[in-house]
Design a protein around this ligand. Structure first.
Ligand SMILES: [Fe+2]
Length: 572
């Protein structure tokens, strides 16, 4: 059975193609239309997928959508009545009350899925369309991709339809929903609200706030305890006295009372004060606390030993690490495309598993699901751009040597990674031993704030010499945070955060032989099996095509471009 999964009209549009349970391709639309977190219909992603695989659109048996738009109608009406008359404000706010008030037009679009597809593809009546509940898609993406037959499942995000949190239990391929929490009580929206309050962009810069939290202390925790409370038995609530997004829309997250007590919002260009750092700390503290309490409740209620996690909040790798260490589950699987894009995968898996008595979908093996390019195409792109290049005997050896010299490398190899992290195929790489490398990278390309860490990739067989990973598990997808060991921290200062944590990628030969070989070549030269790995982009989606890669290389001051087997050195 060939299934196409679609996510559209929400942040992180994406498409996924599943054949007999195996992911043949998965692409986020942003990689192709070059608009970060795009909400556009994923026409480009579907077309690119059809170019990658030897099938035609007419070979697709089933099309699966990541949400049930009509549920939003009834649930939004219920929300409107519940918070009436304050919800009348939604009608006077055309800006971003869209989720509550402008939802009808979005829903109308989504209900026309067949005609939307027919604009570009030869869809016929034989091809059925299914709409699945959003959080069930998150849950399915985690459970069916996990190595577990039986497990508890927790999903957390801003909202999907009206659900913000879902707790479930899975046995033998079937998911049973135990409990869900609805808007406005949302951990994702709390994080978004404070992200914006701190002068960053909600649904975009939550990473920054997580990074900033390491610089803060607990002075504001007691005040943040007023904003959100764990109520026991798997329930939490926001204190709505402090919020107004549910009655005024998402450009007015917080109430007057919040500003009275916590002070004015930070403007993006304002200095970040110790108080801002403490707010970030308190937000992170409460997020971890709620995530932990919900996980512990699920553990008690289900008696399961294993937990699957997904939803946008599960991109919070600090929270994930605490859940692994402290929730009581012996094993935890975090689906690495935890945000909404991953529900394209979940929707496909729900269809594939229908009517099955056991989990028949294979566990996640890697995330290299995007386009790749032949050497001739790479060479052609270099010639078209008039770049001088060489083809060294071993690209890994040549690049390891350049990194050892302190050069910053654009590393473009094989199939593009799915999900928010660069995993060694579309990466910028540098020497983690150099204390000044963070500043050099920021100067040359990343222009990041001082408080944002850079992550390490380490060969799987060597990671224990450098890092402690929660639960002693591997971290191939950078979705967990570990500790840099005391004796290792001085050796790799560029990837050690201020609290001595790191968002680690463990790399093995099977998942990514080329990247593994490069790390080992660097180790042979330097004794250190670690590279600094950051995404190959400059304030844009991660590069996809050779031309994207060349454009980014030319626009920035990166020293070296390794495009497949070819090496381009920047002229000094
Ligand atoms: Fe979601």
């Amino acid at each position: 059975m060939i299934i196409l999964g679609i996510v559209a009209y929400t942040h992180d549009s994406a498409a996924c193609l599943l054949k007999d349970g195996e992911v043949l391709a998965f692409i986020e639309e942003e990689r192709l239309n070059r608009e970060k977190h795009t909400t556009a219909f994923p026409y480009k992603a579907i077309s690119a997928i059809l170019e990658m695989v030897p099938i035609e659109f007419s070979d697709i048996d089933h099309i699966c959508y990541f949400s049930q738009p009509w549920r939003e109608i009834s649930q939004n009406l219920g929300h409107f009545i519940r918070y009436f008359p304050k919800t009348l404000n939604l009608f006077s706010n055309s800006a971003s009350g869209a989720m509550e008030s402008g939802f009808l037009s979005a829903i109308k679009e989504q209900m026309k899925l067949r005609s939307l597809l027919a604009k570009k593809f030869p869809i016929d009546e034989r091809q059925k369309i299914s709409f699945f509940p959003h959080h069930l898609c998150h849950a399915a993406s985690a459970y069916y991709m996990s190595p577990f037959q039986d497990a508890a499942i927790l999903t957390l995000d801003g909202r999907g339809e009206s659900t913000t949190t879902l707790m479930a239990e899975a046995h033998g391929g079937k998911i049973e929903v135990l409990k869900s929490i609805s808007v406005p009580h949302s951990l994702g929206h709390l994080y978004a609200a404070i992200t914006e309050y701190l002068g960053f962009k909600s649904f975009n810069d939550e990473w920054k706030v997580m990074g900033l939290s390491a610089y803060g202390g607990p002075s504001q925790v007691k005040f943040f305890e007023k904003l959100i409370e764990y109520k026991g038995r798997g329930n939490f609530e926001l204190n709505l006295d402090y919020f107004q997004f549910h009655t005024h829309g998402q450009d007015q997250w917080l109430s007057d009372l919040f500003y009275e007590e916590f002070g004015p919002k930070r403007n993006p260009d304002d200095e970040i004060t110790p108080l801002h750092q403490d707010y970030a700390f308190a937000l992170q503290y409460m997020t971890e606390l709620i995530g932990l309490e919900l996980s512990r409740y699920l553990k008690d209620r289900t008696g399961q030993d294993r937990l699957c996690l997904a939803g946008g909040v599960a991109l919070n790798c600090l929270m994930n690490s605490r859940i692994i260490e402290e929730s009581g589950f012996s094993e935890v699987f975090v689906q690495p495309i935890a945000g909404d894009a991953g529900t394209a995968l979940g929707a496909c898996l729900l269809k594939y598993q229908e009517g099955q008595d056991s989990k028949i979908s294979p566990p996640l093996a890697d995330l290299y699901w995007g386009p790749s390019y032949k050497d001739e195409q790479l060479e052609e792109a270099l010639k078209t751009n008039n770049l001088n290049f060489t083809r060294p005997e071993s690209i890994e050896e040549a690049v390891a040597e350049e990194i050892d010299k302190g050069q910053v490398i654009c590393w473009f190899q094989g199939k593009m990674e799915a999900g928010p992290r660069a995993l060694g195929n579309r990466s910028i790489l540098a020497d983690p031993r150099r204390k000044d490398m963070k500043d050099i990278l920021n100067e040359k390309v990343k222009k990041r704030e001082y408080f944002r860490p850079f992550a390490p990739s380490v060969s799987e067989e060597d990671y224990k010499d450098y890092f402690e990973i929660p639960g002693d598990q591997l971290s191939p997808y950078m979705i967990l945070t570990g500790k840099v060991k005391n004796e290792a921290a001085p050796k790799i200062p560029a990837v050690t955060h201020v609290d001595q944590t790191a968002r680690i990628q463990t790399v093995n030969e099977k998942q990514n032989p080329k990247y593994h070989k490069l790390i080992k070549a660097f180790q042979a030269k330097t004794g250190v099996p670690v590279l600094l790995n950051t995404s190959f982009n400059e304030n844009e989606p991660i590069v996809c095509s050779p031309q994207d890669a060349i454009d980014c290389f030319l626009r920035t001051e990166i020293d070296v471009l390794a495009l497949g087997p070819y090496l381009v050195m920047r002229k000094k």
